[in-house]
Design a protein around this ligand. Structure first.
Ligand code: SF4
Length: 351
């Protein structure tokens, strides 16, 4: 009964439909608004009395993808797979070890501080825990006004903008006088979304924005994100560990494992014709309302290996039920499917 209700709640998301306007160049080609090229982010591991470097955490390891304007790319994977680090690299919050991120036609890595501040206007982030990102001593009004003071824009002021903004995110005007602790989790996430949208961004990186919320509230926040995308033409990168949430908001989905993308395709293709064994294991764990439709649960053996010491060859080989010698020796590259070039998989046997 619970799963039927859960499915009904998520199904209501289709009320707003999906918005997928894509910008064209003069030849009518789809132009990406974000390009991530061979991105690597390694964190040094230090130890001993001299704090010498004794290794690396390979948080993001050679990741490439593009996102088109008006599109939502879902990034999904278990905790520690590197999806949040990836989002932060795109935001310019981390210097990366190798590779390039081009956002709104500008290379993030080559920007100086002033340019990054400017980019921050067009590229905003929504965090998992809005309570953490709000100052408990500031009212919501003060917290929102702060954004306008840090990023002044010609012809736009807090006073001229605030009524429209509160209406857009579904908050009452008297909320401006309240403090964060006076709101529920869902309302606090609306405040977080208001802070992001107030800068009129092109792109919003949503880092687990509904993970801390009840299922019924999750659907309202996802509906709000879809509604804003339709009204303002936003592009989202939606990071989550929950494939059932990502399914309802994404146009395409990238599945990450131990710092690498192992499969990327249209959302529907991922759900109906996933190829990679890891993606299929994640899909088999999603609860379904009809027992007859239930896939056999794939139980992954063992623990996720350390990102400090990933296994050689395919990183999934220690948990994959199909692993052969080749998998333990040679790393599979992300390769397009022969029937669908937009469906890429990194596996020697399922691609
Ligand atoms: Fe499994 Fe081998 Fe494919 Fe890796 S390359 S997912 S170990 S079958």
């Amino acid at each position: 009964m619970f799963f039927v209700w859960l499915d009904m709640v998520y199904s209501s998301l289709f009320f707003f439909g999906k918005f997928t306007p894509l910008i064209d160049d003069r030849q009518g080609n789809i132009m990406p608004i974000i390009e991530v090229k061979n991105l690597k982010k390694y964190f040094p591991v230090t130890g001993g009395i001299f704090l010498r470097r004794r290794g690396w955490v390979y948080a993001v390891d050679d990741v490439s993808f593009t996102v088109n304007k008006g599109e939502t790319l879902g990034i999904v994977g278990e905790s520690g797979c590197g999806k949040t680090t990836l989002g932060r690299c795109i935001m310019g919050m981390y210097d990366f070890t190798h590779g390039e991120v081009v956002a709104c036609n500008q290379s993030v890595s080559k920007m100086n501080l002033t340019q990054r501040k400017k980019l921050a206007l067009g590229l905003q982030m929504i965090f998992q825990d809005p309570f953490e990102s709000l100052d408990p001593r500031q009212t919501v009004g003060q917290s929102l006004e702060e954004k306008y003071l840090i990023h002044p824009r010609a012809g736009i002021s807090f006073d001229s903008d605030i009524d429209k903004l509160m209406d857009q995110v579904g908050l009452l005007p008297d909320s401006l006088l309240k403090y964060p602790h006076e709101f529920s989790g869902g309302q606090r996430q609306r405040i977080g979304i208001a802070r992001a949208v107030s800068m009129e961004p092109d792109i919003i990186i949503c880092d687990e924005p509904v993970s801390a919320l009840d299922v019924s509230v999750q659907s309202k926040i996802l509906n709000l994100l879809l509604e804003l995308q339709e009204k303002i033409g936003l592009t989202y990168i939606f990071i989550s560990h929950d494939l059932s949430v990502v399914r309802h908001i994404s146009d395409r989905i990238a599945v990450m494992y131990l710092g690498k993308i192992v499969e990327i395709a249209d959302a529907q293709i991922i759900y109906d014709h996933a190829l990679h064994p890891y993606t299929n294991a994640l899909l088999s764990a999603i609860p379904v309302p009809d027992p007859e439709l239930k896939k056999q649960r794939i139980i992954l053996k063992g623990e996720v290996p350390s990102v400090e010491n990933p296994p050689p060859g395919c990183r999934f080989n220690t948990r994959c039920g199909y692993a052969k010698d080749l998998c333990r020796k040679t790393e599979p590259k992300l390769f397009p499917n022969k029937n669908d070039s937009s469906h890429l998989t990194a596996c020697h046997f399922f691609s």
